[in-house]
Design a protein around this ligand. Structure first.
Ligand code: SF4
Length: 436
């Protein structure tokens, strides 16, 4: 068996959703606690963790090309761990296809990385795609240093089984983290530097505490933390938008006026084939109630074009929905058949050229909607959370309450909340003037 010296440096590369970004941050903290340091920029790391995403076809294949790129000229490679959703979905197959990989660890088992590294150093290759009883959160080190805006995973997994999605298979059933653990972790995040916390979950609004209270209760309690200025949450499902959560947008000042509520398509037959278990009308009625509670709210969504069987007319319905809602921002994708999902074997797979054309038209409509929303904000005064320095001297970048990127010039610092007037709008960002 090939022995390897214990790693002194690491690099965690995360792909995909914010949940993966959060897991990547936690894995880095875990490795740091083992005395392993982040590899300096541009330098090779002794240990590389590829924290993978399984949502799109190319994503899985990309893992193997990333692994290939880690091989050195002399045929050796750093210690390689494959984590995340491709690890969960493909497990042993990765070991068979990629001999240079020492560890394969699923999203629910990465708290066991230190033990796996000890095995790998001894030359033993390990796969752990367990969904263990003990939750990783109880085994992970406390948060030490975070940026002004931090993620807090409150819920994992999904019970919705949309016919195109692998998440229920790679992340498991919906699990809500305990209320007290979340309040404790939120306090630690604020102590570690966070001014804004984004509550994360595949279906974050399905979170329930031990007394079946909803996300609005957690938001209300976190809003009482004095140094915490802003609260956000993502990703939600229309069917879990409770009256309580909608009212929280009216009543909790620290809850930002931004709602990411995926819909995926604008036609009921397609939504049914996707097993979204809501209609276009029920989705629009939720948005009406949310807008009644918080009239200036920014809405965001997810769309898939080219779902099997989607006709030209059904795609036109999606464009009509975009027109009707007036999204502030949106994510849009071409349908990608995922192994093991019902939609992958459905009739009427849409040709790639048709998908390309539809995606282009949809993104044209979404960009116009986003620009219109930004233009509508010009002249507004709002707070901006400073996240980083801009390109020019004295220039800073941050986010408005509506999650718009804003750049402005001022004597400021990362983590400051500054008052600006939005003076000019672009498609993806706005410029602001500091209000003394
Ligand atoms: S709600 Fe649907 S799309 Fe979202 S994670 Fe669950 S199965 Fe996937």
């Amino acid at each position: 068996m090939r022995h390897t010296p214990p790693p002194r440096t690491y690099r965690v590369k995360s792909f995909g959703c914010q949940m993966n970004v959060y897991d990547g941050e936690r894995m880095a903290e875990l490795l740091a606690e083992q005395g392993i340091s982040p590899a300096p920029e541009g330098e090779e790391a002794d240990l590389v963790v590829l924290n993978t995403c399984h949502i799109r076809e190319k994503a899985a294949e990309k893992v193997y090309s990333d692994i290939g790129r880690l091989r050195r000229e002399d045929g050796t490679a750093p210690l390689i761990a494959v984590a995340g959703c491709v690890a969960q979905a493909e497990g042993e197959e990765i070991m068979a296809r990629a001999p240079s990989v020492s560890m394969v660890v699923g999203p629910q088992a990465y708290h066991r990385l230190p033990a796996m590294i000890a095995d790998a150093v001894e030359g033993r290759r390990v796969v752990d795609t367990d969904m263990p009883a003990e939750t990783k959160f109880d085994m992970l080190p406390a948060r030490r240093k975070v940026g002004p805006s931090a993620f807090l995973t409150v819920q994992e997994g999904c019970d919705k089984f949309c016919t195109y999605c692998v998440v229920p298979y790679t992340r498991g059933a919906e699990v809500s983290r305990p209320f007290n653990d979340l309040v404790t972790e939120a306090h630690r995040l604020v102590e570690a530097g966070a001014r804004e916390i984004t509550l994360l979950g595949q279906n974050v609004n399905a979170w329930r505490d031990e007394s079946n209270r909803g996300l609005e209760k957690l938001i209300e309690v976190l809003a009482a933390i004095p140094e915490l200025a802003r609260i956000r949450y993502t990703t939600s499902h229309p069917n879990d938008m409770t009256e309580g959560l909608i009212e929280a947008h009216r009543d909790v000042e620290k809850l930002m006026p931004f709602l990411h509520l995926p819909v995926q398509a604008g036609n009921d037959r397609v939504l049914k084939a996707m097993n979204r278990s809501h209609t276009v009308d029920s989705y629009l009625r939720i948005l009406d109630r949310v807008r009644a509670a918080r009239p200036d709210i920014a809405l965001s969504g997810d769309f898939i074009v080219g779902f099997p069987g989607e006709s030209d007319a059904e795609f036109e319905d999606t464009l009509k929905l975009v027109e009707q809602v007036g999204y502030a921002q949106c994510f849009s994708f071409k349908y990608s058949p995922r192994p093991g999902t019902p939609a992958a074997t459905m009739d009427g797979q849409v040709p790639a050229a048709v998908m390309d054309e539809r995606l282009q038209r949809l993104q044209g409509a979404l960009n116009a909607s986003q620009l219109a929303f930004n233009r509508h904000s010009v002249g507004t005064r709002c707070s901006v959370l400073v996240e980083r320095q801009g390109k020019y001297p004295g220039q800073w970048l941050g986010k408005s309450p509506w999650l718009q990127s804003v750049h402005f010039t001022a004597d400021a610092a990362i983590g400051d909340l500054v008052e600006v007037e939005l003076v000019e709008a672009g498609a993806n960002s706005l410029s602001g003037r500091l209000v003394q």
